[in-house]
Every structure is written in structure tokens, then in C-alpha cells.
Design a binder for this molecule. Sequence first.
Ligand code: GTX
Length: 240
Amino acid sequence: MVLELYLDLLSQPCRAIYIFAKKNNIPFQMHTVELRKGEHLSNAFAQVNPMKKVPAMMDSGLALCESVAILLYLAHKYKAPDYWYPLHLQARARVDECLAWQHVGLRRSCVRALWHKVMFPVFLGEQIPPELLAATLAELDANLQVLEDKFLQDKDFLAGPHISLADLVAVTELVQPVGGGCPVFEGRPRLATWYQRVEAAVGKDLFREAHEVILKVKDCPPADLVTKQKLMPRVLTMIQ
Ligand code: GTX
């Protein structure tokens, strides 16, 4: 039975999984679940992930959600090269540390920046109060500082000398504000170089392919009223 991945490449955790699977030649069938159409709210998708979020995975009867759990499952099952998720206890702990922080730190501010700068005004036709946008960008800035000072330091990659899952989950977050026009790397040459290093390690073509949708999100047509009403309650919980 082929591994099935339920993804929308608009979503950061989906892109991390997509890149990881492609880069490691993991065969999979992709089911695109279009968030902007509310396809994740269907009853059919709830059978795969009752939380109605992407990414989700189905493999030999195992339905799994949460991107980190899926990435770890794939790394173990397909015996991905050790640097992605090292066996060495302390090296692995560094990756775990970054994966855990990314979810509550960097991710929160990147999702908010995407919604406040792009999705609300362009897709939902709603304006965000300037002070809220300023607070979101300040929070993003503080998290970028943590990423640079605590995690990257003077290393080539976030958890050591090689690319790991930590780099993948972080870099895919940062493409959103970059695509949305936030000055993420302004005054941060170390982070900018790291970003290029990760892009090169993944491969420029695969990196571009995974990010095509998000980089064009500013050109997306606005949601119709029915879709907007369907999405709004969940969007508000996602970004509050
Ligand atoms: N902790 C989960 C993981 O890591 O897998 C988080 C998954 C998640 O937040 N999924 C979002 C979702 O399905 C998509 S990622 C944010 C995308 C922003 C752009 C969307 C147009 N959300 C749908 C929902 O909650 O209704």
C-alpha cells in the first residue's frame, strides 16, 4: 500500500514534509487538500484527520497528523540519512529542542505575519489594525533573534554542521513572510546565509517547486462570501 500524504503546499508544515519525502526519494501519493476552498473541513477529510488540519498521513492503516510526528515517522521508516535526525543522543537533543521551540515560537509569529500581511487583506478582504500588524512583526523579529542567537549561532545549520529536520521546519516558515514582503533578513546576514545554505542543501529546484504556491499567494483571487464564512471561525483561532 502506498504512503498517502494529505497536503496543501500553502501550509508550512506540509512543505517541510513534501521536501523531506521528495529529497529522500520516499514514494508517496499526494492528495491536495485545498485550505482556501475549505476542503479540510469536509467529512471525508475528517476520517483522515478529525482535527481537520493538514498535513496528515495514511500508511498501512496508520492515520497520523502533526507534522513533526509525520517527519519522524518517515525518517525512521525510510531510514533517512542520519544527519536529518541523528542517532547520537546529544545531537538528536539539539534537533528536538529546535523542533519543539519552532512550534510555539517561530511558527506562531510566521503564521500571524502571513495572515495579517497577506491573507486577511488579499484573500479575505479584511484590513488589520496597524497596531496589531506592528505587534505581529515585533514578535516575529524577537523570534528571529532567538533563531539566530540561540539556535544558529556560528554554525552552518541550526543543530550542527549538517542539515537536519530542524532546518527544514524553520526555513519553510520563513518563506511565508519573505513571500509576503516582510524584511525577514534585513540586518541579519547570518540568517540570510543560512537560508541560502538550506536551499542549496535541499536543491534549488525542489525548494522552488515546494514554495511555488506560497510565493504566488499575493496574486490569489479573494474568497467568495460562503467560503469566507466557512473559514473565518477557524482562521481566527489559528491566529489569535
Ligand atoms: N501542529 C500542526 C502540525 O504541525 O501539523 C499544525 C497544522 C496546521 O496548523 N495546519 C494548518 C491547517 O490545516 C495549515 S498551516 C497554516 C496555513 C496558513 C495558510 C492557510 C490559507 N489549518 C486549517 C484549520 O485549522 O482550519
